[in-house]
Design a protein around this ligand. Sequence first.
Ligand SMILES: C[S@@+](CC[C@H](N)C(=O)[O-])C[C@H]1O[C@@H](n2cnc3c(N)ncnc32)[C@H](O)[C@@H]1O
Length: 281
Amino acid sequence: MSTWREVLADTAAALNDSREARFICEHAAGLDAGDFATALEESVTQRMGLHVHDMVRRRLAGEPLQYVMGRWAFRHLDLLVDSRVLIPRPETELVAEIALQHARKAPEPRVVVDLGTGSGAIGLSLAFELPLDGTTVWLTDVSNDALDVARANAAGIGRAGANVRIGGGSWYEALPVHLRGSIDVIVSNPPYIATDDPELARDVADHEPALALFAGDHGLAHVQTVVSQAPAWLRVGGVLVLEIGHRQGDAVRRLLTDAQLHDVEIRRDLAGRDRIALARR
Ligand SMILES: C[S@@+](CC[C@H](N)C(=O)[O-])C[C@H]1O[C@@H](n2cnc3c(N)ncnc32)[C@H](O)[C@@H]1O
C-alpha cells in the first residue's frame, strides 16, 4: 500500500500542480491541512486511492477543482459546490464583508436579502456571522437547482440556519410583499458578464452555469433590474450592496443615481479594479 506522501507526489506530477494535489489528497483523506501534514506516512486505503484517481481524471478533463472536490471555502463556511452553481470567488468575500458591516449596524430585528444566491455563499455567511437573535436572511434565486444547493448549505451552518428563508423567482418576485419597504440590506452578485465578453476564461464558460454568468445590455441588464426596484424594497436608510464587473463602475454609478439612491460609492477589489457598488435609500 502507498503512503499519502507517495500518492501526493504522484498526484502533483499528474496534475503538474502541487497546490491542487494537496487539496485533492486532503479532501480524499478527509483531513484538514494540519492533520494531513501529520498523516503523510500513513497508508492510503483502496477507497481513498480510487477517490484521488477519480478526482485527478476529472481535473485533467478540465473540470474546475472546486466542482471536482464538490466543496469550497468561503469566509468561515465550507460550502457544497457543483455545476448547478457559480464557484464562490474571493472578491465576493469582500462584497459579503461590506454587506455584513451595514447589516451589523441595522436595528433589530434586521432583515437582509441575498438576491441570486447561488450556493448561498453571501447570504449564508451573513446569517452565520450576524447575531443569532433578531436576524432574518432571505436567499433567492430563479434557478431551482441553485436553491437546492443553497438549502443543503443552509443545513450545514448549524443554529444560524434557523434564521434563513428561501424564495424562488426572478429577483424581487421571489420575496413576500410584506418585505416591501422594510429591508435593511439588499446584497447581490448578479450575472454581469456581457454575452460576447472576449475576456471570459474558457474554463469558466465551459463549466459554470450560463444563467449565473451572462446578462444582456453589455452585462448590465440584471444590475439594472436589481437597482431600479431597490428603492421600493429597502427601508429608508437601508443599503444596497452589489458586485459589479470591473468596467461597469461608471454605468452602475449612473443607474444608482437615476434610481434616486444616495451615498453612492464604487469600491475597488484587492486588484484595484471597480468591483463593488453601494448606495443607500
Ligand atoms: C454570479 S451568480 C452569484 C451566485 C452567488 N451569489 C455568489 O456570489 O457566488 C448569479 C446568480 O444569480 C442567479 N440569477 C440569474 N438570473 C436571475 C434572476 N432573473 N432572478 C434571480 N436570480 C437570478 C443565478 O442563478 C446565479 O445563482
